[in-house]
Write a protein that binds this ligand. Structure first.
Ligand code: ZN
Length: 506
């Protein structure tokens, strides 16, 4: 490599490292805001976080970054780069080009709009008043249509938005995914609703001491292989995981005294995200590739641990005795089978974040169809509530009594996160496909689970998925791990094989 190219590469890597240091600093402050900081300090702190994000953004689109990317993209130079540097150049070029296409003043106007919109949404949600939020949402959608046209896209305009969260994913693929899920899950949920044999989950609503819940969550996280020497577990209103660097990946949880499931399964969920971040290869640390391959792939790791391991029968064969020892009065009269069925109740409901494993995807389906229609021009913002209620009735058989528990329930749209929702279902779908590949590599998976041998599972995920960070696109990664492209059939099959026996269906 020529001397000048070598110097440019060095300068480029310094820029990347600085960007990552801003990320880490903003990340620590964010974590502190959500866990420890007194309320009084939050307003000033938001300004600091905003400043750091702004500086990071400035660097990512700076003329200096542009010059580095231009020189490193020259075919002779690019061809001499190793895989990590090639991917870094591609990743930074994508961010650079995407953002340079939006005029800075439009960017600022949009940032101000979304900052205001969140507060308006919150009040509108509390009042169940869509009309109050509507003007803001109309402006946000108009901005994003304009941005999508600046970014450019092939096929559907919505593709430009999905790209932000799930690189390479398109409406064509998602249409296929959701059509299959709709065809298989809507009837399954209906059948389950009519099943005569329903689990009794009332014992999950007994009073479970918070401290004991915390101890048990910590125990399970240790069993999963979450490294407390490179992380910690704290309390926040909404559970989350944050990877500052692979040696400092923190998770939070919360407790509901009368809902045994909440803390444990949210800990396993965030623990799944955290295992991903803790096991990214050291050579990717300090770069923008030290991240998940996409939101969908990240979510596949949390869903895998939460649902496919944590809500499985073999897992509880091993751990239910421990749980009973922790809660002898609350669970003394409960058998393993009844417990397993209770943590797998399927019940159509109005609120996505409280939904069970199966119906969850129907909540996402509703949002996907509506978002797509908003950006193709087939649906006006004003008609959202009616369209929302119609789809809930058709797919889930329930209708909101007001917009607060309907179209206004999620925060995402107020922040302009259109194209984000599909990644939740993609996470489930990737998880089912990865689980199938794992079962092929480890035919005695259930026996191992029954013995609490979680180490080999974590190592398999680490070697196949975690260590690569963002080195591969989601599509490349899925093909590497499973030998085929993304296939929604595995999720549908997993649901049918798991839930038909639970509900005594033929
Ligand atoms: Zn998650």
């Amino acid at each position: 490599m020529r001397e000048s190219a070598r110097k440019t590469l060095e300068r480029f890597r310094e820029l990347v490292k600085t960007i990552k240091m801003y990320d880490e600093a903003a990340g620590v402050l964010y974590w502190d805001m959500r866990t420890m900081a007194p309320r009084g300090g939050l307003e000033a702190r938001s300004e600091v976080v905003g400043f750091l994000s702004g500086e990071r953004f400035r660097l990512a689109v700076s003329p200096e970054m542009g010059a580095c990317l231009e020189e490193l993209s020259v075919p002779e130079v690019f061809g001499e780069l190793d895989l990590v540097n090639r991917r870094l150049v591609e990743e930074c070029r994508k961010v650079y080009e995407r953002n340079r296409k939006i005029p800075p003043e439009r960017h600022r106007e949009y940032a101000t709009l979304t900052a205001q919109a969140e507060a308006v949404w919150e009040e509108a949600k509390d009042r169940g008043d869509f009309a109050m939020f509507r003007p803001h949402l109309e402006k946000i959608v108009a901005f994003l249509r304009e941005f999508a046209d600046c970014w450019g896209y092939e096929g559907h305009r919505y593709n430009a938005l999905i790209e932000e969260y799930e690189p390479g994913m398109t409406v064509d693929q998602l249409d296929g995914v959701f059509a299959l899920l709709k065809e298989r899950l809507v009837p399954l949920v209906r059948e389950i609703g009519q099943a005569p044999r329903k689990p009794d989950a009332s014992f999950l609503k007994r009073r479970y001491d918070e401290q004991k819940q915390l101890e048990f969550s910590r125990f399970i996280l240790r069993e999963m292989g979450y490294d407390f020497g490179a992380g910690r577990l704290d309390r926040s209103v909404h559970p989350f995981a944050i990877g500052l660097n692979p040696r400092d990946v923190r998770i939070t949880t919360n407790f509901r005294e009368n809902d045994f499931q909440f803390s444990l399964f949210s800990s396993m969920h965030e623990g799944g995200h955290a295992l991903y971040e803790q096991n990214i290869a050291p050579e990717l640390a300090g770069t923008v590739l030290c991240d998940g391959a996409s939101l969908g792939i990240h979510e596949s790791q949390s869903r895998f641990w939460e649902n496919m391991i944590g809500r499985s029968l073999p897992f509880w064969r091993r751990y239910f005795p421990d749980l009973k020892r922790q809660f002898p009065a609350e669970l003394g009269d409960v058998g393993l089978d009844d417990f397993y069925r209770a943590i797998n109740v399927v019940q159509p409901s109005l609120i996505r974040i409280e939904a069970d494993e199966v119906t969850y995807n129907l909540h996402v389906l509703v949002r996907y169809e509506l978002e797509k229609a908003l950006f193709s021009g087939d649906l006006a913002v004003a008609d959202l509530p009616e369209a929302w209620n119609g789809k809930y009735r058709d797919y889930l058989g329930v209708v909101p009594s007001h917009d607060g528990e309907g179209v206004l329930q999620d925060v995402h749209w107020s922040g302009g996160s259109f194209g984000y929702f599909p990644t939740y279902t993609l996470g489930n779908l990737y998880a089912a496909q990865f689980a199938r590949a794992l079962r092929r590599a480890m035919p005695d998976l259930d026996d191992r689970l029954s013995r609490g041998e979680l180490g080999p599972i974590r190592e398999w995920l680490g070697g196949e998925i975690h260590r690569h960070g963002r080195l591969f696109t989601p599509d490349e990664l899925v093909r590497r791990v499973t030998g085929e492209e993304m296939n929604p059939r595995y999720l549908a099959e997993y649901f049918e094989q798991k839930f038909r026996p639970i509900y005594g269906l033929e």
